[in-house]
Design a protein around this ligand. Structure first.
Ligand SMILES: [Fe+2]
Ligand SMILES: [Fe+2]
Length: 452
């Protein structure tokens, strides 16, 4: 029998001390993950949030491990040494934390790991396009788009008449430094500092702006830099990047970021490119229809968008463990370090167990029930979005618990709106996928016939 953490059908918000520990600490072996619902001001910091996200994105392959946070760490130090303005420093760090987000498959992420890259990969172009979807990240579009542009004795200032931001050149340099140093991550990197510095300096003017080379020489003269680069702990890089101005983001900003991340998640899963977006939007719709307040409904929507984030974590799994344990652990690992959204992380974990029928004798929050139900409804709509058939399917399905049953009844009542929401969401995602395909075709054509 499922016990509800908030055992009420009208779901009032409960105040809780932000420092309260989860009601049950995850052990990774089937324990319950429950987090009190927080009320009041939520503080979500942009840099730590992006750092957690980029860390998860890098978990798709061990060779990528920590690439984004290490690049951001290097870029931050270089930006300070060359006296970038605070606004430039901010943009450089944010872009560094997201720069390879446009690599939508493993190959596309691994190809740029050769120190001398051949610039045949479209991930920078796609990354810029993805970031332009979000108002918060729009200023990063050009930086990311051109982050593989060589300096070429100053010719790299422009590409096809378009100005390449200074931040792109610095990001390219920081990215290449990390790619080179990562090749020696299992050796005593400090003992190789001279030869590595020389390799990097050899790129002066052709690959990199000379000013950045001088900045790197200053950085490389510090013992501290080499010991930091030896670390395999994500926290060691992030703690060095200070909280920059305009660091706090709203829940709406977070929803936009989750929307983008949902797309990335779906690219690396067996689901269609609209899957996580539909689960998130259905969850938000149902939360509002059930009377949750706007803030809580937005959080449920974010939970739906991110519910499958654990699929980016390709770290080895113990085959003796249940799938539900494994998925729950990976989801928790990805989301719980993000300050201010531990409750959402808890719901996402619970929904996995609920969806996989592994939630008996667990405490489950209503929010998790809504997300799990939205997950089921999205799967039903994938089979048919005919209203009559959808309603029949709802009738024929016996949800596992009382709240899920209430959610299904509500879904039946609002089936017309749900189907409309489903169709418009798919259309939106399909339109975006088509846009990316067109960009890819143009990119390939340009690279086969660069003179055209
Ligand atoms: Fe890249
Ligand atoms: Fe990179």
């Amino acid at each position: 029998m499922i016990q509800y953490y908030l055992a009420t059908k009208c779901f009032p918000n409960m105040a809780a001390d932000e420092n309260s520990p989860p009601a049950v600490i995850p052990s990774g072996h089937g324990n319950v993950y429950v987090q009190p619902v927080l009320k009041g001001i939520m503080t979500i910091s942009l840099i730590p949030t992006l750092a957690c996200i980029s860390n998860t994105i890098d978990m798709i392959n061990p060779r990528l491990n920590l690439h984004h946070v290490r690049t951001a760490f290097i870029a931050w130090h270089l930006a300070k040494i060359v006296h970038f303005s605070p606004a430039q420093c901010r943009k450089t760090v944010l872009a560094a934390l997201l720069h390879d987000i446009g690599g939508l498959n493993e190959q596309s992420r691994l190809e740029p790991l050769n120190y001398i890259d051949d610039e045949q990969n479209n991930h920078a172009l796609i990354g810029g396009e993805l970031l332009s979807l979000i108002p918060l990240f729009k200023p990063l579009k050009e930086i990311v788009r051109y982050h593989h542009t060589r300096w070429e004795n100053g010719l790299g200032r422009y590409i096809d008449g378009e100005h390449v931001p200074e931040e792109s050149h610095l990001l390219y340099f920081a990215d290449r430094v990390d790619v080179l140093l990562t090749q020696y991550r299992n050796e005593n990197i400090s003992s190789l500092r001279e030869v590595l510095t020389e390799t990097i300096c050899n790129g002066a003017n052709v690959l990199y702006k000379e000013e950045f080379i001088h900045a790197f020489e200053k950085l490389a003269a510090r013992d501290y830099f080499w010991s930091a680069m030896q670390s395999s702990r994500y926290e060691d890089y992030i703690k060095e990047i200070p909280r920059i101005h305009n660091d706090n983001i709203s829940l709406h900003n977070l929803r936009d970021i989750a929307d983008l991340l949902a797309f990335i998640v779906d690219q690396f899963s067996r689901h269609p490119p609209w899957y996580s977006l539909t689960v998130g939007r259905i969850a938000g719709f149902l939360a509002r229809a059930m009377g949750l307040d706007p803030t809580q409904s937005l959080k449920v929507e974010i939970g739906g968008l991110l519910h499958n984030i654990g699929c980016l974590d390709h770290s080895p799994t113990d085959e003796r463990r249940a799938i539900a344990d494994d998925e729950a652990d990976k989801t928790w690992r990805a989301l719980h370090p993000i300050e201010g959204i531990r409750d959402i992380a808890g719901w996402c974990v619970q929904q996995h167990r609920l969806y996989l029928g592994a939630a008996s004798d667990m405490q489950i929050s209503p929010e998790a029930c809504i997300i799990a139900a939205s997950h089921r409804l999205a799967r039903m709509l994938e089979v048919t979005d005919d209203e009559g058939k959808f309603r029949m399917q709802l009738k024929a399905t016996e949800p596992p618990d009382e709240i899920s049953q209430a959610v299904h009844r509500l879904a039946a009542q609002h089936s017309k709106q749900l189907i409309q929401l489903w169709r418009s969401t798919i259309q939106e995602r399909q339109g975006f996928v088509k846009r990316l395909e067109q960009l890819d075709v143009a990119f390939q054509r340009e690279n086969v016939n660069p003179s055209e």
